[in-house]
Ligand binder design. Structure first.
Ligand SMILES: C[S@@+](CC[C@H](N)C(=O)[O-])C[C@H]1O[C@@H](n2cnc3c(N)ncnc32)[C@H](O)[C@@H]1O
Length: 378
C-alpha cells in the first residue's frame, strides 16, 4: 500500500470540527487551512474517510503540489507526476480549475495545459495516441493559490452532504454536513434530551440520531471512486461491514423535532424512515411558543428562519423573542441557534456564551451558543 495525501474540504469555519473527526478516525499528518484539512493514509483511507466523515464536503486525493510561475513550468511539472498510478487507459478524466492571487490567472488556459500534460504522460505510459474515456470518472482539479499548484482527483462524486435519506425538503434546508457540525460543536452526548423546535425537513434531529446510533453517514450511498480499479472492492465491503457492525441498535435516545408547518413534519418523518432512525425521533406539529421544557439538562439546536430566504421579519423577530422566553427560564438547558440576523442576542434577551462565524451556503451566519449547567455526575 502506498502513502497517500488527502484533502478533506470543509465549509469555512468548520475546519477544527472536521480535523477532530479525522483525528478520531486515526489518520495521520493532519493540518488545517482555510476550507480544508490535509491528512495522510493509504488506499483504504478512501472508503473509510468517505463513509465515516460527517462534516466534510468531499475527499480529494492529492497527486502533486508545486510552484509554477509560467505555463511551461505548469506543463512540465504536471507531466512529470505519476498519473497512470490512478488513471487507467480508458479513464474518463476531466479537468477543473481555480486560481487565486497567482501569476497564472487564466483558469481556462491552466486547465487546457494541465490536460495536455496529463495526456502526454499517459500516451507515453500506455503507448496510445487516443483516449476513449469510456471508463470510470476522474475529476481532476488544478487549484492555484499564491503560485502554488495543487493537483487533486475527487474521490467522492456527489458531495458528502448528499447522504441519500433526504428526498424531499422544506425551503432553505440545512446541508446535512452543516447540521452534523452544529451537533458536534455542541458536544451533545446521546444520554441527554435533544430538541429542534424548528426542524423543517428534520435534518438536525436525523443527524443527531445517526450520531447517537453510530450510523456512518455514507454507509448506504455510492462514491465515484468505487469504480476505480486500484481500490480493491473488498476495501469498500470491509469498511461498510465494519460500519454496520458498529451500529448501536439498542440505544433509545430522546430526540425531539417539532415545527409549525404540518407539511414539514410529514417530510421529516419520511426522511427519518429513509435514514433508518424513525424509531428514535419523536416529531410533532407545534409552534415554538407552545414548547414547554418538561425535563432538565436538554440541548436545543435549531436553524430557524432568518427572514432572508424564508419568513417575514416581524414573525422571525417574535420567534427569537419566544426562544429567549422559553430557554432562558431553564438554566439546565443549553441552547444553540444559527442565524444571519445580527440582532439575535438582543431579541433573545441575553448575550451568547460563544459565537462562531459560519457560512450556511453563501449566507454569512453566526452560531449562537448558550451553555446550560452541567448535569450531576452519575
Ligand atoms: C430554515 S427552516 C429549517 C430547515 C431545517 N433545518 C431543514 O434542514 O430542513 C425553518 C423552519 O422553521 C419553521 N418555523 C417558522 N416559524 C415557526 C414557529 N413559530 N414555530 C415553529 N416552527 C417555525 C418553518 O416552518 C421551517 O420549517
Amino acid at each position: 500500500m502506498s502513502q497517500l495525501k488527502f484533502i478533506a474540504t470543509t465549509a469555512f469555519g468548520l475546519e477544527a470540527t472536521v480535523k477532530r473527526e479525522i483525528q478520531k478516525l486515526g489518520f495521520e499528518n493532519i493540518s488545517s487551512n482555510d476550507g480544508m484539512v490535509c491528512f495522510s493514509g493509504d488506499e483504504s483511507t478512501i472508503p473509510k474517510a468517505n463513509i465515516h466523515l460527517r462534516s466534510s464536503d468531499r475527499i480529494l486525493l492529492m497527486i502533486g503540489q508545486f510552484k509554477a510561475f509560467s505555463f511551461e513550468e505548469l506543463f512540465e511539472k504536471t507531466k512529470s507526476l505519476n498519473w497512470s498510478d490512478w488513471i487507467p487507459k480508458n479513464g474518463n478524466f476531466i479537468i477543473t480549475g481555480k486560481s487565486i492571487k497567482s501569476q497564472l490567472y487564466s483558469v481556462p488556459d491552466c486547465q487546457s495545459i494541465v490536460e495536455k500534460a496529463i495526456i502526454e504522460n499517459l500516451k507515453k505510459k500506455y503507448k496510445i495516441n487516443w483516449f476513449e474515456k469510456t471508463g470510470a470518472k476522474y475529476k481532476i482539479q488544478a487549484a492555484i493559490l499564491k503560485d502554488t499548484v495543487t493537483l487533486t482527483i475527487d474521490t467522492t462524486g456527489d458531495s458528502l452532504h448528499k447522504r441519500g435519506y433526504r428526498d424531499s425538503a422544506v425551503i432553505a434546508p440545512l446541508k446535512e454536513t452543516l447540521a452534523a457540525a452544529l451537533i458536534e460543536l455542541s458536544f451533545w452526548k446521546k444520554d441527554r434530551i435533544f430538541l429542534d423546535p424548528t426542524c423543517g425537513s428534520g435534518t438536525i434531529p436525523i443527524e443527531a440520531a445517526l450520531i447517537a446510533k453510530n450510523i456512518a453517514p455514507g454507509i448506504s450511498r455510492k462514491f465515484v471512486s468505487e469504480s476505480w480499479e486500484n481500490i480493491p472492492l473488498r476495501f469498500w465491503k470491509d469498511t461498510r461491514c465494519k460500519a454496520y457492525s458498529e451500529i448501536d441498535i439498542n440505544i433509545k435516545p430522546e430526540i425531539f423535532g417539532s415545527d409549525i408547518d404540518p407539511k414539514a413534519i410529514e417530510i421529516a418523518k419520511h426522511n427519518a424512515i429513509n435514514a433508518g432512525v424513525d424509531d428514535c425521533i419523536h416529531f410533532e406539529i407545534k409552534p415554538l411558543k407552545d414548547i414547554s421544557l418538561k425535563k432538565d439538562y436538554g440541548i436545543c439546536i435549531c436553524n430557524p428562519p432568518y427572514a432572508e430566504r424564508m419568513g417575514e421579519l416581524i414573525d422571525v423577530e417574535n420567534l427569537y423573542k419566544d426562544m429567549g422566553r422559553i430557554f432562558r427560564k431553564n438554566k439546565t438547558w443549553s441552547f444553540y441557534t444559527i442565524t444571519s440576523h445580527e440582532g439575535f442576542e438582543k431579541l433573545y434577551g441575553q448575550k451568547a456564551d460563544k459565537k462562531r462565524k459560519l457560512f450556511n451556503g453563501n449566507v454569512k451566519t453566526d452560531y449562537y451558543q448558550y451553555y446550560g449547567t452541567r448535569p450531576p455526575k452519575k
